[in-house]
Unconditional design. Sequence first.
Length: 159
Amino acid sequence: MTSKVISSNLNILLAEDDRGHVALLKKNLWRTCVDAHIIHFPDGRELLAYLNGKSDIPETFKPGQYILLLDIKMPETNGIDVLRAIEKNPELSKIPVIMLTTTNNPHEIELCYEQGCSFYVVKPSDYIKFMEVIQYIGDFLSLPGLLIPVVESPSSTLD
């Protein structure tokens, strides 16, 4: 496995359907992960299309460092289905996945870990606490020496 220290090659994939959360996440992550490129997807279906090279967005998936911030409850394709599809692909399964969701259900938390998520973070409903959580995630992603796998092009298509 090839890993590198986080650099300007980092891409944060953000699968989140709540536009307010997207704005807050982007704003606060840029404050701590200034060099990271953030690519937003309003649902899991669009994220999987991007990872599969079939997206309508102008950017195409290319080899590099990726971290996925993934909500569970989204229209079209939910976060657990995204985890299942990514886990089936040997190259994409290298992507660290941080579940970032309001769901605090022990069954769903366990299921996410079983399906390959790296971390599970509950979004607080309180605005100030939500901002703090984003700050902590950004601080974590900005740690000196944090190694992120380099993901090559997917070796097969995703469901």
